[in-house]
Design a protein around this ligand. Structure first.
Ligand SMILES: *[C@@H]1O[C@H](CO)[C@@H](O)[C@H](O)[C@H]1NC(C)=O
Ligand SMILES: *[C@@H]1O[C@H](CO)[C@@H](O)[C@H](O)[C@H]1NC(C)=O
Ligand SMILES: *[C@@H]1O[C@H](CO)[C@@H](O)[C@H](O)[C@H]1NC(C)=O
Ligand SMILES: *[C@@H]1O[C@H](CO)[C@@H](O)[C@H](O)[C@H]1NC(C)=O
Ligand SMILES: *[C@@H]1O[C@H](CO)[C@@H](O)[C@H](O)[C@H]1NC(C)=O
Ligand SMILES: *[C@@H]1O[C@H](CO)[C@@H](O)[C@H](O)[C@H]1NC(C)=O
Length: 302
């Protein structure tokens, strides 16, 4: 009984797979299968076509020279050079190899700022005003020129007069740059339309040690700024992007710690001032680390 059932079942299955009477494969005739295949062919061709069309339209709206979307903080970030894994500059004056990497890093970083390089690539722009190079309607004004930032502006921190950037004397230089933001015109608008350029100031950072707040204001000592006011000249703005301004040299501010206390950690914080007319005290939660950079300095001497 059970055997007969099994036989019948397997026969059903065979018949389902290929029915010689009705010429049906898996329950469908050849023309039915043909219609189904045709339907899916048309359907997927249509989907692929839609995809290509939307892609094409989207690419048409993209601009090679500036990003369509830019996640723009009210205040851009800042970075220091030399920079290691952590933002920390620690060395011993007596051990040349402990500071030589910092000197090398600065040397490499500043190579494109050599006056000769700058004179070759960039323009001697009028100071203290924006270097505006707008496109006239659809007509692109590209590539755009950039302004010279001569290495000699950094004076004692240029590596030209003092080849060890002060590291050998325990008076190290640190370079500070502001992250690039396309189209930003920084500066604080005063009365009678003059604009105060943004400038960097550094000081002791407030930090939490155990339960109390501390700052190393006594140990940080005198700080010298190059160029003298620690400012980023307006002529380096606005920045039009890598594609448009191929030879752009990011402006720098050098800070030199000329009387820093040796053999102890000193926590430093540098921040940008007069970036916009709005007070920086209104910096939002998301912007808490924008417009400032902190690092640790420790110089040992036997
Ligand atoms: C830049 O100038 C320094 C000092 O004059 C020199 O040692 C270095 O080779 C120069 N670098 C380039 C890329 O010209
Ligand atoms: C930069 O240096 C070059 C060569 O020494 C000089 O011709 C040029 O005027 C300098 N530019 C600025 C902005 O100081
Ligand atoms: C960039 O620098 C190169 C090399 O000096 C120069 O030939 C070119 O004209 C410069 N381009 C722009 C847009 O400044
Ligand atoms: C530095 O700032 C002072 C006062 O803000 C100003 O009088 C002076 O011209 C500035 N110097 C430079 C080199 O920008
Ligand atoms: C350097 O700092 C020390 C205190 O840390 C102070 O006694 C000394 O007068 C300072 N020297 C100069 C030249 O400012
Ligand atoms: C900025 O802050 C100063 C003092 O902290 C205040 O007098 C001034 O009104 C503020 N300006 C704006 C635009 O909020």
């Amino acid at each position: 009984m059970a055997k007969e059932d099994e036989k019948k079942e397997s026969g059903d299955w065979k018949e389902f797979f290929w029915n010689p009477r009705t010429h049906e494969l898996l329950g469908r005739t050849a023309s039915s299968w043909g219609l189904i295949l045709l339907f899916y062919l048309v359907f997927y061709t249509f989907l692929a076509g839609m995809f290509c069309l939307t892609m094409y339209v989207m690419l048409l709206t993209l601009d090679d020279y500036k990003p369509t979307w830019q996640d723009r903080l009210a205040t851009p970030g800042m970075m220091i050079r030399p920079k290691g894994e952590a933002l920390e500059i620690t060395y011993s004056i007596d051990q040349t190899e402990s500071w030589d990497t910092y000197v090398q890093a600065l040397e490499n970083f500043l190579a494109p700022y050599n006056n000769s390089q700058q004179a070759m690539n960039n323009d001697d722009c009028p100071q203290d005003k924006y270097f505006i190079q707008e496109d006239s309607g659809e007509v692109r004004n590209n590539p755009k020129r950039s302004c010279q930032f001569n290495r000699t502006i950094l004076e004692d921190c240029s590596g030209l007069t003092d080849r060890t950037y002060g590291y050998q004397d325990g008076k190290p230089c640190v370079l500070i740059k502001l992250n690039r933001v396309i189209g930003m015109t920084p500066g604080k608008r005063g009365e009678n339309n003059n604009i105060q350029a943004p400038f960097v100031t550094c000081g002791a950072k407030r930090y939490k040690a155990g339960d109390e707040w501390k700052e190393d204001s006594d140990s940080i000592g005198e700080i010298a700024y190059f160029p003298p006011n620690g400012s980023f000249n307006l002529m380096y703005y606005p920045y039009y992007g890598k594609r448009a301004q191929v030879n752009y040299s990011q402006p720098l501010v050098a800070v030199k710690f000329t009387n820093i206390t040796l053999n102890m950690d000193v926590n430093v914080e540098c921040k940008i001032n007069s970036l916009t007319t709005n007070n920086n005290t209104q910096i939002s939660e998301r912007d808490k680390f924008a417009g400032r950079v902190s690092f640790k300095l420790r110089i040992n001497k036997a």
